[in-house]
Structure formats: C-alpha cells, structure tokens
Design a protein around this ligand. Sequence first.
Ligand code: NAD
Ligand code: ZN
Ligand code: ZN
Length: 393
Amino acid sequence: MKAVTWHGKRDVRVEEVPDPAIKEPNDAIIRVTSSGICGSDLHLYEVLGPFMAEGDILGHEPMGIVEEVGSGISTIKPGDRVVIPFNIACGHCHMCGMELYAQCETTQVREHGMGAALFGYTKLYGHVPGGQAEYLRVPEAQFGPIKVPEGPPDERFVYLSDVLPTSWQAVEYAHIPEGGSVAVFGLGPIGQMSARIARHLGHRVIGVDGVTARLEMARRHGIEVVDASEVSDVPGEIRQRTDGRGTDSVIDAVGMEAHGSPAAKLAQTITGLLPDVVAAPLMANAGVDRLAALNQAIDSVRRGGVISITGVYGGMTDPMPMLRMFDKGITIRMGQANVRKWISALMPLLTDDTDPLGVMDFTTHRMPLEQAPEAYEMFQKKADGAVKILLKP
Ligand SMILES: NC(=O)c1ccc[n+]([C@@H]2O[C@H](COP(=O)([O-])OP(=O)(O)OC[C@H]3O[C@@H](n4cnc5c(N)ncnc54)[C@H](O)[C@@H]3O)[C@@H](O)[C@H]2O)c1
Ligand SMILES: [Zn+2]
Ligand SMILES: [Zn+2]
C-alpha cells in the first residue's frame, strides 16, 4: 500500500510499504478514506525528529471502512464506516474506567514513562504505524472505532478523531463561568473549533492569531479577534476589552512552536541539528519549548482564572513565571484529549442538518495522499489559506 513516511526534518515521502495485517484478536484493519494533517504532525516535521525513525508512517486522524476484524471483535464488522480516535485505549482498565483514555493502562508506554499509545506518533507514544496511508491496523478495536452513519461526506465526521474532542476538552478544561469570556490563543484547527464550541455554549470568545486567513475564518463564525501581527501587546489589548481584568479563561491552542521567543527557537534548532542519540536526552531534560503563547496566556487571564493548555509542549525543565501564576491564583489544566469521552456530546451536533459547529466550513484543502509532501509544506507555512488539510488515499 501507499503511506506517508517520515525521513527527517521537513522530509515526508509517499512510499510503497507492506499492507498491515491482523496480529492480535482485538485488531481491525480499516481502508482509509480520509486522513487529516494535524498541528501535532508539524512537531514531528520540525522539532521532535530525535524521537522518530526513518520510514515511520505518520497520521492520527483517519476514518474509513472496516475491511477485516480479529476473532475478538464483535462491536464492528467489515463494511462499517468508522472514525478512529488518535489515542489507543482499551476501554476497561482502571484509567479507562475514569474516562482518562489518554492514560490507558493497557497501552501506556511505560518504557518511556508516557501515557496511552498514539497512532503515528514517535517512540515515546508506542511507535504505532499511523493513518496517513491506504490501510491502517487498529489495535484495541473493541473500544476505539466510532461508528458513523452513511450518507454525509467524510468531512462531517472525520474530525471526531482528534480536532473536535480535543477542542471540546479544551473548552471543558477552561471552566468558563456562565456568561463568561475566554481568549483562544492560536486559530489553527484546534483554536478554530475551540472558539466555535465555546461560542456555541454561549460564551464570549476572543481569538488571537497573526495569520489573515485564520482570523477571517474565525470572524466568519462570529468570533471576535485580535490580530497578533498588528497588536504588539496582546494581553494589554485583551485586558482593555474586558474592563481591565482579562478573560475569565484562556485556551492555549498553540503549543511548543509558538512565534515570538527567539531563545527557544535556537534550542529547537540545535536539537534539530544534533545526532538523535544526543538530541533526544537533551530535549527530554531541557526546556526546548517556545513559551511565547503560554506566557501571554498567563498574562491575559484574569486573577483567579483558568488556563486550559491543549497545545502540546515537550520540554522537561521549561521556565515558568511562578510568581505571577501564584499571585494571580491561576488554575491550569492540560493534556492529551480523552477522545472517546466527548463523542456523545459531539455526535448530535454532527448529525444535525444545521451544522451548529460549521464543520462543513473547516476543510480548506482536500489532496490526494500522493501530494502529502506538498500538503505538509503548505500547512506548515500556512500558505494558500490552509487551515485544515485532508489527505484522500
Ligand atoms: N491536547 C491534544 O490532545 C492535542 C490534540 C491535537 C493537537 N494538539 C496541539 O494543539 C496545537 C494546535 O494544533 P493545530 O492543529 O491547531 O496547529 P497549528 O500549528 O495549525 O496552529 C497553531 C496556530 O497558532 C498560531 N500562533 C503561533 N504563535 C502564536 C502566538 N504567540 N499567539 C497566538 N497565536 C500563535 C499559529 O499562527 C497557528 O495558526 C498544537 O500544539 C498541537 O500539537 C493537541
Ligand atoms: Zn491531531
Ligand atoms: Zn484502558
């Protein structure tokens, strides 16, 4: 089959690789019909190289048709239309019992002290082949796959794999009071949907980014915006719009590659240049994140407010402004999305013909799998108005 494989910094290729096969009774094989490219894939493309191996298959936002199931699977059958959550969870362990699916004890990557395995995401997360491919082997298929109805196009449902549950969790974790306000830093796919969900739930939303097409998309969905390419003091601007206090909550939908802090960019560049044996421990033991967005989030939230971090960070010793955080009395929640937990809240919004979250105005590019190298480059550069790109195997 054809698959998108990783070969080094900014080097992804489409190659012929062996078809996946059932290995365990709880496996399923799906034929992929759509597969998203995520901001998390950009970390692999750019800074997390030390944890990748050449030829690794990328992708964790797939949907498709069940081809084959192992002897232990009775919940799905060949021909079913399914979306696959990005984290792999068993559904029956202690953590899954608490709906903490991103911490599943059956798939936890203990060797690296990490949580549940993820599709297409480094040795740290189990080294599981990903879904930007024609076929995907799905472990723990008794629990993960989400059955979706026939009829509407893939775009309607595919974002249940990651973007929608991640954004729903981001809003839940932001704990916005009734009638309250939230600032969303970053209007990539995750920030867009977090903003729409918060608004759908009746909150005031201020979105921040510096990319015109992304600001425009947010505006089109009724989001108030701050253009970070024009406003030099973003937290000041947010305070000014909120009676001098700041928003009740802030969602950081940017993560470790934020624009605006050159020192960390140097650290990232250096780890990107070192041989992996040296770079991996350096990344794991040092603060290599660009914390610009997170620092602005801390500055923008009102006293006693809540910050919800959904952008991914990867350093072990990142410097944090403890004085400001303690004095302001901030609460912070963060983590990988517990995808399955939020599906029952989301599904009615996707089968509603009025499309309350506007998922049909979200995919900006649909490209054949073969064009993955161009798609990655376009998404990273935010070129041609790219917000969300779907690959079509
Ligand atoms: N927690 C989870 O489970 C989970 C799931 C999916 C994605 N993520 C993470 O969420 C983050 C966003 O993902 P995405 O797909 O939307 O990616 P993206 O890279 O397209 O979006 C990031 C956006 O942030 C903007 N930005 C950069 N610096 C900024 C700053 N200082 N202030 C304001 N905006 C700034 C960029 O212009 C860009 O539009 C990534 O870190 C990704 O890894 C987390
Ligand atoms: Zn993703
Ligand atoms: Zn589990």
